[in-house]
Write a protein that binds this ligand. Sequence first.
Ligand SMILES: Cc1cc2nc3c(=O)[nH]c(=O)nc-3n(C[C@H](O)[C@H](O)[C@H](O)COP(=O)(O)OP(=O)(O)OC[C@H]3O[C@@H](n4cnc5c(N)ncnc54)[C@H](O)[C@@H]3O)c2cc1C
Length: 430
Amino acid sequence: MSAEHHTVIIVGGGPAGLPLAVVLGGWHPFYRGSQIFESRYAPLAGYLQQFDDSLLGLDLQNLVRGGLKPVDLFRALHHPRQLFESLDQVAMDFRRGAPLDTLLISREPVGGLWNGAPRNLLTLSPGQWMEFAFLPLAQHAQEIGLEVDVNDLIVKTDLIDYYHRIPERFEVGESIRCGEDVVAIEPHERGFALTSRDVETAAERCYTCKYLVLATGQRGKLRDLGVAGEDAPFVTSRYDQPADFPGERIVVVGGGRSGDWAATELHDAGKQVYYAMRQGPEVHGRLIEDSRNGLPYYTRIAEILESRSPRLQTLYRTRISAIGGDGQIDLETPEGRRVVEVDHVIKEIGGIADYSILKGFEPLQLEPMRDNYRFQVDQVRTHVHNYESLDIPNLYIGGYLASGIGLVVIAMHGTTYAIAGDILQKERRL
Ligand SMILES: Cc1cc2nc3c(=O)[nH]c(=O)nc-3n(C[C@H](O)[C@H](O)[C@H](O)COP(=O)(O)OP(=O)(O)OC[C@H]3O[C@@H](n4cnc5c(N)ncnc54)[C@H](O)[C@@H]3O)c2cc1C
């Protein structure tokens, strides 16, 4: 099979991969300054004022030596303050230049895991922290006539509409191919060879590229319970809304934020929920306490648990040991074996960053990263100035998979400019 060649291939079209398709598609950032940026970051403003060219041409290695990481530089330019007040606070603007030959391949539509998030789910962060610098959410809202407070949490449906609009808005749709799963990335004389599989037809395609950006996210591979009966039709790892679950009784397996959301919403829709998790009540209780004042659904789950509603039974330190075809679920609890009969099992047990698609390379050095928001990922060790792997030249790591990127920060797309700048500088395109 002959391979299709591109200078850059990005794997993963989530908030980390998608903006790279736009920036490599020619939309480059330029310093324009803003009052708030200049007052808060005066020395940096003074330095950037001398710079008429695209910020992608900055010597980021030099800035890192001076103690400034690219993720922090571009975050300060984009969000000179945490609160959004007006569009002119963003200290950079974007002008279109020549595109670099780039292809983005992703399993899902653009927007990454937000495609599969429950429809009523609210983000953990204010809406404007989820936006890309080249299209502030406030501007998007103005353009499409959406009423939204960008400093408030944003609901999944509005957020995913924002991401879905990006390819057309920035005319990069032709360099994006969704519905393809990359199953192998191997060394090749031109750089990298990729094999992908169409998610519907299983047809294989082959690609080669000189630079590869891995932006496959923290849930590249979903976790399994690893028990008999897990493939029964009433077991799912996809929770969207209560109406998808006819019947009364539901086991939610989890204990993290996604499980808390599903258990709360199903309870409030009148279902009988058995909420099973491996952790103890003290760990779960801490997450609820830490979140109940900032996140409305945590205020609600706290109320439900404090009211001891019989329709939300928490089963702590519990493991599912078997799933019977008739809906009988075997649970191992601290008090011994227990069987519950249910209509549905919803698995909210998360996923892992999947590096196993890289085959035949030096092993990547990984660093475990954990944060207070319950995000956990083994990040890849990279050079600080460009997020290129320490182990595999020309392999760049996008978003939260790159070491040194905090997890829930205003930086989901924080790796974009350093990666794009490094590739464009190597290609002498700046
Ligand atoms: C429930 C939930 C709520 C969250 N809330 C917030 C929040 O409020 N604020 C915040 O900053 N972060 C939040 N996060 C963190 C979240 O990880 C980011 O919001 C964001 O989606 C990460 O972007 P990403 O592009 O790195 O990964 P993803 O969004 O996971 O996108 C990666 C994409 O790559 C695709 N992919 C993976 N492997 C392959 C492959 N082999 N071939 C082809 N495609 C592949 C995936 O299908 C996916 O579409 C939340 C996460 C979850 C689960």
